[in-house]
Design a binder for this molecule. Structure first.
Ligand SMILES: C[S@@+](CC[C@H](N)C(=O)[O-])C[C@H]1O[C@@H](n2cnc3c(N)ncnc32)[C@H](O)[C@@H]1O
Length: 212
């Protein structure tokens, strides 16, 4: 937990009731230990996608489609989110949930390693969300940046690794190497000349950037 416990609890309490499909997805993730965005992060993604007027969105790490659903709901009827996932069961579950949520037509779900898939895409995209394997963030970013048009919004999850990134050392769960890599990634994006970026303590830490 990054925020003080009462603040975290308040953010959870103030959230509206999830619709039945989202509630079912959250229960599925909790039951099977599938990592998904916390509601505050999902809502941030939705706000950012809507505020940026995104029509073409990209995602690395679909899992069962929770973050995909938040973004898809912010897209216009003819909008699309291309989302990569390497686990066939999660990919299939995402397709079923998004169908039931009424946004399947907006979701271009790809069962493919994002590092290969991103290389085959043509930009420009208006919005992107990175939420795959933490050690691969640098590779996703390098492949994704050329696909973002001017003004595109990029969001990256888990950039504070439960707070270990701020402490600058292993917390017993995240290794010192992982923490160092995350600090280097954050430093790279915050100082990148093609981005205007900021780091927010939402969820597990969400880095938000705009492509200049
Ligand atoms: C943290 S979960 C994604 C959660 C999802 N964004 C959500 O909040 O609902 C990360 C997912 O990335 C997938 N993944 C791992 N490496 C990947 C890769 N190279 N390309 C695409 N997906 C990958 C994993 O199988 C896992 O389901």
């Amino acid at each position: 937990m990054i925020l003080a416990e009462p603040v975290d609890r308040y953010l959870q309490d103030i959230r509206g009731r999830p619709d039945p499909v989202l509630a079912e997805m959250e229960a599925h993730a909790a039951r099977d230990g599938i990592p998904i965005v916390v509601p505050a992060t999902g809502q941030l993604l939705q706000v950012l996608a809507l505020a940026s007027g995104a029509r073409r969105a990209l995602e690395v790490g679909t899992a069962i489609g929770v973050s995909t659903l938040y973004v898809a709901r912010a897209l216009p009827a003819d909008g699309t989110i291309v989302s990569f996932e390497i686990d066939p069961k999660r990919h299939a579950a995402a397709a079923r949930y998004l169908e039931r949520a009424g946004v399947r037509e907006r979701a271009d779900l790809r069962l493919q390693d994002a590092r290969e898939g991103l290389a085959s895409l043509e930009g420009p995209f208006d919005f992107a969300f990175i939420d795959g394997v933490k050690t691969q963030y640098g590779e996703y970013f390098e492949a994704l940046l050329p696909l973002l048009g001017p003004g595109a919004v990029l969001a990256v999850d888990n950039v504070l690794l439960s707070g270990a990134v701020a402490a600058g050392q292993s917390d017993g769960y995240w290794s010192a190497e992982r923490v160092a890599a995350a600090r280097e990634f954050n430093r790279l994006l915050l100082g990148h000349e093609q981005l205007l970026a900021t780091l927010t303590p939402v969820g597990d830490g969400v880095l938000v950037a705009v492509r200049r």
